[in-house]
Design a protein around this ligand. Structure first.
Ligand code: UGY
Ligand code: MN
Length: 246
């Protein structure tokens, strides 16, 4: 019997593990016929937001990015994105980056389509052009060996270009693969497990994690991960990049 007074979710001052067992839905104006779970937000001390969206029949997401550049990634299913009159059908692994102050419209989703979104206030940089809307497909992004270990592969979904102040990467670990060091850094992360399982170290705590779990790591939250089980562990994650913290 499951005990309803227990959860794997944890929210601490500089990190959080949010597992699906604790979700409570939010209403987001303009996002209709879908379930929205706001996983990471400024309410917990983060400087960006992360949501998970599950589409029902007739789902539409219409809005303005305002000061928040926005990144949508199709975790599963399909949806049509309309931006500046351009229509694209996005299926599993496809994504769209939408700069600040842009209108967007997502519609015609397959029932049950799941989307991940990241939202971050854009910080302009003199002489670096503001990025344009960008469509992509993770399946076409090269998976580069990470720090010389063939068990770890990193895909960088957004261009390596100073105009971008956020990165979104997909990190794949073969079973037994692990970060070669405990990372201690100023950059912040939000992540979603797409496959597999493992153990994450966040500061001095150790958490079993698996597909469907999300993690927030504040700046300087110490971090390390190892993959367990018989299949690779894969997570997609946000990182702030390319700006000096004045
Ligand atoms: O890009 C990163 O900082 C990455 N290696 N961190 C992480 O996976 N926790
Ligand atoms: Mn890191």
């Amino acid at each position: 019997m499951e005990i309803s007074a227990q959860t794997r979710s944890v929210v601490k001052k500089n990190h959080a593990l949010i597992s699906p067992d604790g979700y409570i839905n939010s209403n987001v104006p303009g996002w209709k016929h879908c379930t929205v779970n706001v996983i990471i937000s400024k309410e917990m001390g983060a400087r960006f937001s992360q949501t998970l969206i599950t589409c029902q029949p007739g789902a539409t997401l219409t809005g303005q990015t305002r000061q928040d550049q926005t990144f949508f990634y199709v975790v599963s299913g399909s949806i049509k994105a309309t931006l500046h009159g351009i229509e694209k059908n996005l299926t599993t692994g496809h994504y769209v980056y939408i700069p600040e102050w842009q209108e967007y419209h997502l519609s015609t989703a397959a029932d049950g389509t799941q989307l991940l979104s990241f939202h971050k206030v854009y910080e302009p940089l003199e002489d670096a052009p503001v990025p344009n809307t960008l469509f992509g497909d993770a399946a076409t992004i090269p998976a580069n060996e990470y720090l010389g270990d063939p068990a770890l592969r990193l895909q960088v979904l957004l261009p390596d270009d100073l105009g971008f102040d956020m990165a979104v990467n997909v990190f794949t670990y073969d079973p037994g693969g692990h970060l070669p060091l405990v990372e201690t850094h100023i950059m912040e992360h939000g992540l979603l497990y797409l496959r597999g399982q493992g153990v994450y170290r966040l500061d001095q705590d150790w958490y079993p994690v698996k597909k469907g779990d999300c993690i927030w790591m504040a700046p300087y939250c110490q971090q390390w991960f190892t993959a367990m089980g018989k299949e690779p562990a894969v997570y997609i994650y946000y990182k702030n990049v390319n700006r000096f913290p004045y």
